[in-house]
Design a binder for this molecule. Structure first.
Ligand code: FES
Length: 177
């Protein structure tokens, strides 16, 4: 117990507690250190979570085929999509079966079977008027309606036409059946 404390104890409780030089120095240095550490760490945290904060781009469309070449006979087309997923960018190859219906509307189906994900075959090749999946025998109509084995219709691509070209966008559930 130091001299001051002894005096305070002897003459009743202290009214005001002075900050010692040591406390002042530790608060000042601690505060300055925390401020500098925050300045160094916060940009790193912002950098790490940046992909989460970036708004997802709306699905972009890819030029697929000339509009005049699309017929009522399904055609297989291959195209590449540029994907950005956080830090990871890729260009996966995609396929579609593209057809014009009786009213002239163009639609494009995903070739991925809704049973377990195999790739369906050419329309009408093995069995007339159906897409057949070679893995377990799922069958689909020209509109992608599931006839057997698969629990759901084939997905369809968003489609738009511009200046004589057909553009394909993201996949969505089949709205034709
Ligand atoms: S994956 Fe197509 S029928 Fe099973």
């Amino acid at each position: 117990m130091d001299h001051n404390t002894q005096q305070e104890t002897a003459h009743g409780p202290a009214k005001r507690k002075e900050m010692s030089r040591r406390q002042f120095l530790s608060y000042t240095l601690g505060g300055a250190g925390a401020f500098m550490a925050g300045g160094a760490i916060l940009p790193m945290i912002r950098f790490a979570v940046d992909p989460i904060l970036v708004k997802k781009q709306k699905g972009s469309f890819v030029k697929a085929i000339e509009e005049s070449k699309v017929t009522n006979e399904p055609q297989q087309i291959d195209f590449t999509v540029h994907q950005v997923d956080g830090w990871y960018e890729s260009d996966p190859k995609m396929q579609a079966w593209i057809t014009k219906d009786a009213s002239g509307k163009i639609f494009a189906l995903s070739p991925i079977c809704k049973h377990l994900g195999c790739t369906i075959g050419k329309f009408g090749k093995e069995i007339p008027n159906v897409y057949l999946c070679p893995c377990h025998g799922a069958e689909y109509t020209i509109d992608g309606k599931n006839l057997k084995v698969a629990p759901k219709p084939l997905d369809q691509y968003q489609v738009k036409t511009d200046n004589g070209w057909v553009y394909l966008g993201p996949l969505e559930p089949n709205s034709r059946v």
